[in-house]
Design a protein around this ligand. Structure first.
Ligand SMILES: [Cu+2]
Length: 118
């Protein structure tokens, strides 16, 4: 049982560091969008999982799964949705540049990020 937990923690930290690399690459590769941007929750994933936006952009998350998801900051509470049922939406305007990592509370393997630039 302990070994199982160890493997789970290892898998999780591997996923986290692989994702951080992806975020770092996205910072240079992606062009910042502005206005309104939509992220779909579908198939137990955020699509797209990384977006880059100009500050002042409104991001809308829409849950298309029939499973309940959340949109929840990894640290702090900048991104903090209610549980979203199928068809529910959550919106947030990002006014401060930075990297906002987030996840789904019931499904911690669902990880994503919003990169906000000046
Ligand atoms: Cu979920």
């Amino acid at each position: 049982m302990l070994a199982g937990a160890g493997i789970l923690i290892w898998k999780n930290s591997y996923q986290q560091s692989a994702f951080q690399n992806k975020v770092n690459q996205a910072q240079t590769k992606l062009t910042a969008q502005q206005g309104e941007v939509t992220v779909e929750l579908a198939g137990y994933a955020f699509k797209p999982d990384i977006i880059k936006v100009k500050k002042g952009t409104k991001v809308t998350w829409i849950n298309h799964d029939n499973s309940t998801h959340t949109v929840t900051s990894d640290q702090g509470s900048d991104i903090n949705s209610q549980p979203l049922k199928q068809g529910d939406q959550y919106q947030k305007v990002f006014d401060t540049p930075g990297i906002y990592r987030y996840h789904c509370e019931p499904h911690p393997n669902m990880i994503a990020a919003v990169i906000v630039e000046e």
